[in-house]
Ligand binder design. Structure first.
Ligand code: NAG
Ligand code: NAG
Ligand code: NAG
Ligand code: NAG
Ligand code: NAG
Length: 475
């Protein structure tokens, strides 16, 4: 009888230590960062808050590599600890990256700091461990990624982890997941290119987490995300925004060809205008007339194509340019030149322009973006152009100021801004009455529907505009 008790106790101990080893060993070896650099670094997100339960197994970690030594402190006291300080013990099989207690006590709560060093550097990370008496209802966030600045084409990885309460009630819901926040402030499912990987802990089953990863970030991946945690009936949300970052290193290959670029860009789509002084006024208009003539030659085919989309032009702008766009650009395009115009105001920061426009762009045949270059830093300008160029419609960018004013900042913007500007269709705004601008813009856009295909252009509206002269008044 007594012997059997001893044996089963021994066996239990063996099982427990076996379990402890397996749990402790696996945590730092799964879901590690995808890097093969070897210097001293964390190998996964260092979690700052940890929770365990009284009398239950608990382990905490500092997952690192490339270090020469690792030391642990609890509230400033160096390991090894007396029973009065902590029951946590080092797990040497995990290269001292893990501490664990088979039966945690309230007294084990505290700040555990791992101090890592290599030949030249020292790094430290602190884990605040709380040992609880019983499960709680309100979720407790243990880790949430900070806002990220990610280059296009690079990898994205967000992480969220929390302690939740699992109720025995069948209808109570406990889970954690990532959602995308759309520009209209609603939350929706992730895109197919955005992968979610759920995690669990072997030591505490009430701790759950989720990675959101994107292999190659593109325009649609920028913007805010939310980690939504349901714990019984309590919901908690943590927001993370993914911003653009640009490679701002300037390749010192001679001087920035900014002047040439600026001159070229200002001319941009107007290049034709400067071709020959004599044809300065006539050539683009002749081109336009030729296009109209070609269109008239095949009316039915064209008409069907044109009417596939609800609108001819999507015009977008930010608040600073609102007056000019509403007062001059929109009325002239729709009433004078008979375009079916879809007007979309944008948020001031260009980070989410792609998602703000993608849905609307599908209803339109072309896209005009109005930009005041002086309102944006070169980085923002680059972001704006990148977001616009991700859209299925090649953007026509109306510049309200001359680019030469940007010359000073050219060095900060880097080569990518230069090449991005070169590859974009730019039309320089001068004045509402300048015909060269309108000709250039119309040349860059598809033709509007022929007059007879148009259901009923608000003629009265047009008259109202010409009579009141509001068009000129607002410029
Ligand atoms: C490091 O990993 C990248 C991919 O993550 C791979 O392309 C590269 O060849 C690796 N470098 C070395 C030295 O192993
Ligand atoms: C020590 O670690 C730091 C930080 O990770 C790293 O920058 C440095 O190169 C490392 N030094 C050596 C000698 O490996
Ligand atoms: C782990 O810690 C023990 C005790 O502090 C120490 O003797 C040992 O060298 C450490 N091992 C590593 C790989 O740091
Ligand atoms: C642990 O650190 C936190 C924040 O640094 C501090 O507020 C708290 O008092 C510390 N706890 C102990 C037991 O020292
Ligand atoms: C918000 O935007 C998303 C995507 O742009 C769309 O799917 C959703 O229906 C919109 N919700 C509302 C309430 O407008």
């Amino acid at each position: 009888m007594c012997v059997r008790k001893v044996w089963s106790a021994l066996l239990g101990l063996l099982i427990v230590s076996g379990k402890a080893s397996a749990e402790s060993a696996s945590y730092c070896s799964v879901n590690t960062f995808n890097t093969n650099t070897t210097w001293m670094q964390f190998t996964k997100e260092p979690v700052p808050y940890e929770y365990g339960f009284e009398d239950k197994f608990k382990s905490i970690h500092c997952c690192v590599k490339g270090y020469r030594s690792i030391e642990w402190f609890k509230d400033g006291v160096a390991y090894p600890w007396s029973a009065g300080v902590s029951n946590m013990i080092l797990y040497p099989e995990a290269a001292n990256q893990t501490l664990y207690a088979r039966r945690a006590t309230r007294g084990d709560s505290g700040n555990y700091t791992c101090r890592l060093s290599n030949e030249t550097h020292v790094e430290a990370h602190t884990v605040k461990l709380t040992i609880l008496e019983k499960p709680t209802d309100a979720p407790r966030t243990m880790f949430i990624s900070k806002d990220q600045w990610v280059e296009e084409g690079a990898e994205l990885r967000l992480y969220c982890e929390a302690l939740i309460g699992r109720s025995l009630l069948a209808d109570a819901r406990s889970d954690l997941r990532w959602r995308k926040v759309f520009p209209n402030n609603t939350e929706g499912d992730l895109l197919p290119t955005q992968t979610e990987i759920k995690t669990t802990r072997e030591d505490v089953s009430d701790i759950i987490g989720s990675y959101l990863t994107v292999d190659r970030v593109s325009g649609q991946d920028y913007g805010p995300y939310v980690c939504v945690v349901h714990s019984n009936d309590v919901v908690s949300k943590n927001y993370v925004t993914v911003h653009y970052i640009h490679d701002t290193t300037w390749c010192g290959s001679g001087n920035v060809p900014w002047r040439a670029l600026a001159l070229g860009a200002a001319a941009g789509a107007l290049a034709l205008l400067s071709a020959a002084a004599l044809h300065r006024r006539c050539t683009p208009r002749l081109l336009l007339a030729a296009r109209h003539a070609r269109a008239r030659a095949q009316p039915t085919a064209r008409r069907a194509r044109v009417l596939e989309k609800e609108f001819d032009v999507l015009v977008c702008w930010t608040a600073v340019d609102g007056e000019l766009v509403r007062g001059a650009l929109l009325p002239t395009l729709s009433y004078k030149y008979k375009y079916r115009v879809h007007a979309v105001p944008l948020s001031t920061q260009p980070d989410t322009w792609y998602s703000e426009l993608i849905g609307e762009a599908s209803r339109c045949r072309s896209l005009v973006a109005v930009l005041s270059p002086a309102q944006h830093s070169p980085q923002q300008l680059l972001t704006a152009l990148r977001q616009l160029r991700e859209l299925p419609l090649p953007p026509v960018v109306v510049l309200l100021q001359d680019l030469p004013k940007l010359k000073r900042e050219a060095k900060e913007g880097g080569e990518s801004l230069v090449s991005m500007l070169r590859g974009t269709r730019l039309v320089a705004w001068r004045h509402v009455h300048e015909r060269a601008f309108w000709t250039a813009l119309r040349l860059a856009l598809p033709l509007p529907p022929a007059p007879d295909t148009k259901p009923n252009p608000a003629e009265t509206e047009e008259n109202k505009y010409s009579r009141s002269g509001s068009l000129t008044a607002l410029v």
